[in-house]
Design a binder for this molecule. Structure first.
Ligand code: PEP
Length: 248
């Protein structure tokens, strides 16, 4: 299975910066044949730059793109929301559901995230469902309990390995420069795999990504860790060279 290398630009970049960044990512991937064979790259720009990224990518096949969020609703009077069908129309193939910043700043519950992920898969895209414990929860010895609850309550109905990806992102590691150790990642990813096996027939094929201060130094080691099928990268995805160096 190819490693999924996902870049979440969050609410960064001017339009000009977005154009330059996607051009640099495309050039970097096409100049390095080794990157193409083993990896699938996905870019998550802000909604407003989706057409820009789509235009820049043209017919390129090694890089896809998606949205950082989507509405839990089909359509209608939901001012400011973007529906999954609109994302599909805009050629997105992925959408993130339940990033911890959405859980925290927009008070999204597991039920909200499940509804969003269900919209994503209903519209033929792949949902990346994010889960992860806070520092306080880890210190309290509750990391696995919290992660399992989020996983079971956020997993969309009808999830399978081709329409859903899990991203384990410990909240304390996001944007902090504190990365989980390879041992901690191994233990939690194995735990998530086992939990998925309780629910899904094809759990062994479901991709589980790690996210949290991944960078060119720690990325290659994390990607070699068993049960790590890719990475979700925030800060380091804003520099094409750093983003691609994570893939080795
Ligand atoms: C993220 O936004 O999902 C993330 C992991 O951010 P960072 O890589 O900056 O920690």
């Amino acid at each position: 299975m190819k490693k999924l290398i996902a870049g979440n630009w969050k609410m960064n970049c001017s339009l000009e910066e977005a154009k330059l960044l996607i051009a640099d990512v495309i050039n970097g991937v096409y100049q390095n044949q080794a990157l193409q064979g083993d990896n699938e790259f996905v870019i998550f720009p802000p909604f407003i730059y989706l057409p820009t990224v789509r235009h820049a990518l043209g017919n390129h096949t090694f890089i896809s793109f998606g949205a950082q969020d989507c509405s839990p609703h089909d359509k209608g009077a939901y001012t400011g929301d973007i529906s999954a069908s609109m994302l599909k129309d805009s050629a997105c193939t992925y959408a993130i559901a339940g990033h911890s910043e959405r859980r925290k700043y927009h008070c999204e519950s597991n039920a909200d995230i499940k509804a969003k992920a269900e919209q994503v898969i209903k519209n033929g895209m792949t949902a990346i469902v994010c889960i992860g414990e806070t520092q306080e929860e880890r210190d309290g010895g509750r990391a696995e309990e919290v992660v399992q609850k989020q996983l079971f309550e956020s997993l969309p109905a009808g999830a399978h390995a081709r329409n859903t990806v899990i991203a384990y992102e410990p909240v304390w590691a996001i944007g902090t420069g504190k990365t989980a150790s390879e041992t901690d990642i191994l233990m939690m990813h194995s735990f998530i795999r086992e939990a998925l096996e309780e629910k899904l027939a094809d759990a062994e094929n479901m991709r589980i990504l790690y996210g949290g201060s991944v960078n060119p130094e720690n990325g290659p080691g994390i990607l070699k860790t068993p049960n790590v099928d890719g990475v979700l990268v925030g800060g380091a995805s804003l520099k094409a060279q750093d983003f691609l160096a994570i893939a080795g």
